[in-house]
Design a binder for this molecule. Structure first.
Ligand code: FES
Length: 319
């Protein structure tokens, strides 16, 4: 069975941007991690009941380390605050295997990466992959000012070395330049694929601008939930045990599974991390998550049990 969590050494911590800690995690000497994919993220187990998701900003393909960028969130509920205030080089940290719902499409089309603040983390990894594969790309990165811009050293290095792409930075306070998402998308070569990650306002703008483009060309990743959890009132059948559970009005599938002490992995419980994904064998899910793309939702073969429900009276799950 594939290993799902790893206990990693905090090899190094450095700052890249006033409020951003770059944390490099390594496995025991002589061992390797599942390879990094551009756009992937890992669960970081901060305590028994606190798990947070962070995108990897490694060079894709690396197996000797995971690198995450952690911006200090002023509204932190313990995740980034703890990682900033307590974590030291030499500590160990438990993390999950990488998951990727924000991977690069396999296409020769130009790729436009649109990032705001710490949302640039997965985009940096994507730009490195595109550059290595000699594919055409552009990165548009917005932050308040150079001092607070996460990963700016890494972005500047990439900008200097890039041969197949270009980097455009916008600093609203220090240089009064603002990113115009609509214009960025309009000026991109026809058939481009667009990827966006960043604050809610940027993602909302991107979603609006995306309405004029084929949905399969527009990709985004949110790390803050805006979901309405599905209501109960249906039955789930656990195919492996044959057990049937009724999901009451106020319950999620995850609530019902936990009440029955049926172990299922989960982390955010807000439909944004993908940890709780379960295969659907029969029935029509009512998808409420921010993880699956529209095409993946339309296939109805998987469900995030922390927030999604059912349109059908019954769902048969691969549990
Ligand atoms: S636990 Fe994160 S999507 Fe369900």
């Amino acid at each position: 069975m594939q290993q799902t969590t790893f206990s990693l050494l905090v090899h190094a911590i450095r700052y890249d941007g006033e409020n951003t800690r770059i944390i490099e995690l390594r496995p025991a000497a002589g061992t390797h991690l599942p390879p990094v994919e551009a756009g992937a993220h890992i669960d970081v187990h901060i305590s028994a009941d606190l798990i947070r998701q962070y995108s990897l900003c490694n060079t894709p393909g690396e197996t000797h380390r995971y690198v995450i960028g952690v911006a200090l969130d002023p509204n932190s509920r313990g995740g980034s605050r703890w990682l900033h205030d307590n974590l030291q080089a030499g500590d160990t940290l438990t993390v999950g295997a990488p998951r990727n719902h924000f991977g690069l499409a396999n296409t020769d089309a130009h790729t436009v990466l649109i990032g705001g603040g710490i949302g640039v983390t997965p985009l940096l990894s994507m730009a490195l992959q595109l550059e290595a594969q000699q594919r055409s790309w552009s990165l548009h990165f917005a932050a308040k000012c150079t001092e607070q811009a996460p990963l700016l050293q890494a972005i500047n290095t990439l900008a200097k070395q890039a041969r197949y792409g270009q980097v455009n930075c916008y600093f609203s306070e220090s240089s009064a330049s603002r990113m115009d998402v609509a214009q960025v998308m309009e000026e991109a070569p026809k058939g481009s694929h667009f990827y966006c990650c960043g604050p809610v306002r940027l993602l909302d703008t991107f979603d609006k601008c995306s309405e004029s483009y084929p949905p399969e060309h527009c990709h985004s990743e949110r790390f803050i939930a805006e979901l309405e959890v599905a209501k109960g009132g249906y039955t789930i059948v656990l195919a492996r045990s044959g057990k049937t559970l009724y999901i009451s009005e106020e319950q999620t599938i995850l609530d019902a599974l936990k009440a029955e002490k049926i172990a299922v992995p989960y982390a955010c419980a807000e439909g944004i991390c993908g940890s709780c994904e379960v295969k659907v064998l029969e029935g029509e899910p009512d998808h409420r998550d921010d993880v699956l793309s529209d095409a993946e939702k339309a296939r109805n073969d998987t469900i995030m049990v922390c927030c999604s429900g059912a349109f059908s009276k019954q769902l048969v799950l691969d549990l």
